[in-house]
Ligand binder design. Structure first.
Ligand SMILES: O=C[C@H](O)COP(=O)(O)O
Length: 248
């Protein structure tokens, strides 16, 4: 039986002052929830997340990681540095990284590998754009994105990873995929992994991301292949995020 997992992705939001109240509210509010809970914060706030969340039920992580272990890569942050700050997770392949910063499938797979090399759990984001959905190529797109990682790291690596299906057209738009639409793609992802390993597919947490709110979380999370959510905007409001976590 897979445990539900709800992760917040703060994106480029926050300040030391604003984060403080949010982190303390999560520390207290998530104490007795059955779901696993994590927040992925901007790099400068990792120390603050560690300081407030250490010893709590809430894990923390980063929103990206370099594919390089170390060296002359100005502006990059390595997996080992994230480990230094107690991170458990690193998001890789978020559609905003893919579209704004040119992260290709190959780069995303390299980042996934770099995260795992230091013991971080990558949260691998995959998902189609609106144009791709309208062209009827959703299955091909998510399969291609997943296979980039399968080809590089093998199916066994997914036993130490989380996948997040995030249809790009649903991110920050208020347009949530219907539970049936999301379930269909989640089942397809799990079936593709099962072609390589039924056991890994069975244990794999596949999160849904894209305009998840307190009002739609329960219905989404009740679908058999939806194991929780990767939450953007609603993760910035403690009561909303905790309500979503409680739906898990
Ligand atoms: O990583 C989170 C997703 O991009 C979802 O963002 P959203 O909940 O604001 O739509």
């Amino acid at each position: 039986m897979r445990k539900k997992f709800v992760a917040g992705n703060w994106k480029m939001h926050g300040s030391l002052a604003v984060n403080l109240g949010l982190l303390h509210a999560l520390r207290e509010g998530a104490a007795d929830l059955p779901a696993q809970v994590a927040v992925c914060v901007p790099y400068p706030y990792l120390a603050q997340a560690r300081s407030v969340l250490n010893g709590s039920a809430v894990a923390w992580g980063a929103q990206d990681v370099s594919e390089h272990a170390q060296g002359a890569y100005t502006g990059e942050v390595s997996g080992a540095m994230l480990q230094d700050f107690g991170c458990r997770y690193a998001i890789v392949g978020h559609s905003e990284r893919r579209s704004f910063y040119g992260d290709t499938d190959v780069v995303v797979a390299a980042k996934y590998e770099a995260a795992q090399a230091v013991g971080l759990t990558p949260i691998l984001c995959i998902g189609e754009t609106l144009a791709e959905r309208e062209q009827g190529v959703t299955a091909q797109v998510v399969t291609r994105q997943l296979e980039a990682v399968l080809d590089r790291c093998g199916v066994a690596s997914l036993a130490q990873a989380v996948v997040a299906y995030e249809p790009v057209w649903a991110i920050g738009t208020g347009k949530t995929a219907t539970p049936a639409q999301a379930q269909e793609v989640h089942a397809l992802i799990r079936a593709r992994v099962a072609r390589n390993s039924a056991a890994v597919a069975d244990g794999l947490q596949i999160l849904y991301g894209g305009s998840v709110k307190p009002g739609n979380a329960k219905e989404l999370f009740s679908r058999p292949d939806i194991d929780g959510g990767l939450i953007g905007g609603a993760a910035l409001v403690a009561s909303d995020f905790l309500a979503i976590c409680a739906a898990g």
